[in-house]
Design a protein. Structure first.
Length: 215
């Protein structure tokens, strides 16, 4: 038995120039504020309702939730009156531009088996804050290439956002190390890993065959 890592298209998800028009759209016309981005399904297990109060305890923060799902209407009502935008689904190059437009990526879900969107954000050079549980732990090392909050204490989110906002060197370091980690999770590298597992299995099987032939 071997552990086969999952990967992303690191030729598509890359750092790049900021799309100022898209940033203005995601910030509702306030591009100078700190933009926190969420990408994914808008549903109960994502725990998006718990983000509102800790996040907006930090002045000058705006949130964009990209995606949709069964809780979209409920979450819209929950965030009414806050600086939050709901741009809907994004795919392909538009999604890449959304990542690049953000200052922080927030991933509060505790039910992920992996967390591809967090890895995509890292590949685009965006620092990630995520819940300290589940499959995302395979991606993020706290304080090295991202920040992890205790899912039982979502109030920690506000302090982490504040740290990233107020410490440019922390933000740059998280982004750089996150990008380096993401480069090691390309489709090519994960397929190379799988091929090596097959080669190992073939060699082991051949040795077993030889021993059986020798009696």
């Amino acid at each position: 038995m071997r552990w086969w890592r999952r990967g992303i298209d690191t030729r598509r998800f890359t750092p790049g120039p900021r799309d100022e028009a898209l940033r203005a759209r995601l910030t509702d016309g306030h591009p100078g504020d700190l933009l926190v981005l969420y990408v994914g399904r808008i549903s109960p297990e994502k725990r998006l309702d718990l983000v509102r109060d800790p996040l907006f305890s930090v002045p000058g923060v705006r949130l964009a939730m990209v995606g949709g799902g069964p809780s979209a209407d409920q979450i819209r009502r929950h965030y009414r009156g806050t600086p939050t935008t709901f741009p809907g689904f994004m795919r392909g190059d538009e999604l890449v531009r959304a990542y690049r437009a953000a200052d922080v990526f927030l991933f509060p879900s505790t039910t992920e088996t992996f967390g591809l969107v967090a890895l995509e954000a890292m590949a685009c050079g965006v620092p990630v804050i995520a819940a300290n549980t589940g499959g995302v732990l395979d991606i993020i090392k706290d304080g090295e290439n991202g920040l992890l909050f205790n899912p039982a204490r979502p109030a920690e989110i506000g302090a982490m956002v504040r740290r990233i906002r107020d410490d440019p060197s922390l933000r740059a370091g998280l982004a750089e190390r996150g990008l380096r980690h993401a480069h090691g999770r390309s489709w090519q590298s994960t397929m190379d890993q799988l091929i090596e597992y097959y080669e190992t299995a073939r060699r082991v099987f051949r040795r077993v065959q030889l021993r059986q032939q020798r009696g």
